[in-house]
Design a binder for this molecule. Sequence first.
Ligand code: GLC
Ligand code: CA
Length: 529
Amino acid sequence: MTPWWKNAVVYQIYPKSFQDSNGDGIGDLKGIISRLDYLEKLGVDAIWLCPIYKSPGADNGYDIADYEAIDEQFGTMADLDKLIQKARQHHIRIVMDLVVNHTSDEHKWFIESRKSRENPYRDFYVWRDKPNKLTSAFSGSAWQYDEATKQYYLHLFAKKQPDLNWKNPKLRQKIYDMMNFWIDKGIAGFRMDVIECIGKEPDQEITANGPHLHEYLQEMNRETFGKKDFLTVGETWSASLADAKKYIDPKRHELSMVFQFEANSLDQVGASKWDLKKPDLAELKAILTKWQENLAWNSLFWENHDIPRVISRFGDDGKYRVEAAKMFAIMLHLLKGTPYIFNGEEIGMTNCPVESIDDVNDIESRNMYFAGLEKGKSKEELLRSINAKGRDNARTPMQWDDTANAGFTTGKPWLHLNPNYREINVKACLADKNSIFYTYQQLIKMRHNYPMLVDGDFKAVATSDNIFAYERVLGDEKWLVVCNLTKEEATFTSEYKIQNALISNYPARTTLQDITLKPFEAFACQVTC
Ligand code: GLC
Ligand code: CA
């Protein structure tokens, strides 16, 4: 049986920023329901819903206080049930975010755990007498002293996100029960937050890829989704090709696919995402090629709620915004794997720079800023990093139309809107047959209709650095995809003849011999020798 996600496209929703239905400035479940027609028009097969569980919101929902309750700001369990049911009527499945490396410090397990060293929940978390050198992804030590029991607890993320102890079989069973609760509700998959960290060995300072990681995933698979037609995608920041092969090997019964982030460090120097450098496009090509040639199934994405908008980052969000957005879409969606679209990407939303830390919401950016000031860095330098890489860039509210607050809310939005919403919005895109939206719509249709995209082999084509070209080959059929990665014209030539034009962001090409590609030009065609 072919799993449902093989020819599917997943749309990621950041619920807080998608659509507010009650004027409190915060996106909610009813808001998402009201936009299902739009998503059906786009053609996506599934929604990956970022966390909507009960949470104090220290990390916008990635700090969960109750896995089986909906946070009031998003609505009720009845609203979620309705979303699952209504989405089904629009041929859209729901993929939930599974955050099980840590909980909120307000989760009842942690409230118990911190009460005494003898508490039955003590070992649900990681407690030590002394901290070691482990640091939090959100700056500072990963250990927090807790006065009540005079020990330190581990938090690889914020202080309000204590790490769960996966060595404890009782904890693991609770997690599996919770997963089954959601599976029984009729969801179609889980996106697994920082799943590579659950096998951590804090005493050896191992966070990702611990020795028992794959064992836990196999157990999870057996105890929960293993026998279902279900999508599981692991967020694995440090996965090498060899790691990824393990996660997705069908014989190992772990996950469907992983998000790997090798291309994500192209615009940084060294280990810190905040130390900026100009991305080298030749490296981007090399990375994409390596993963396409060597991994049986990839997840394909440019954006998510943690990383900047792709056109601002690797392309052009000014003069050639539309061409660049379509080029990145064509380049990615014709590769082998499951494509993910982050809300707003399909209309070419851009990064949203700020002038002051007061306008920054994201905990990662804020912690980095204040830690940086202490180390003597300048405000200007810190803001430059935040404007390039900060997570708020992708989290500004969805731009639906050109009315006040872009139709996102009638109240005061929880996070500022990108002022360019008057030009860049869904309404304008839908009204323009040549918009980025329709390129995405066409790419999604292609994924549904052409076995080539699922089963065809990938072959890189040698070109100059500023062009990325590849073939897809299935039986006697051959496709050629050509993308100019830059705003400069670029020359390209091929011996092939065009049999059939498939998609392009400029008028369709009729020949491949000695052509001059326009800025950010991309096209795909069926070819013969
Ligand atoms: C993942 C999430 C991110 C979150 C972190 C901690 O990387 O995508 O948003 O802050 O995990 O849960
Ligand atoms: Ca609301």
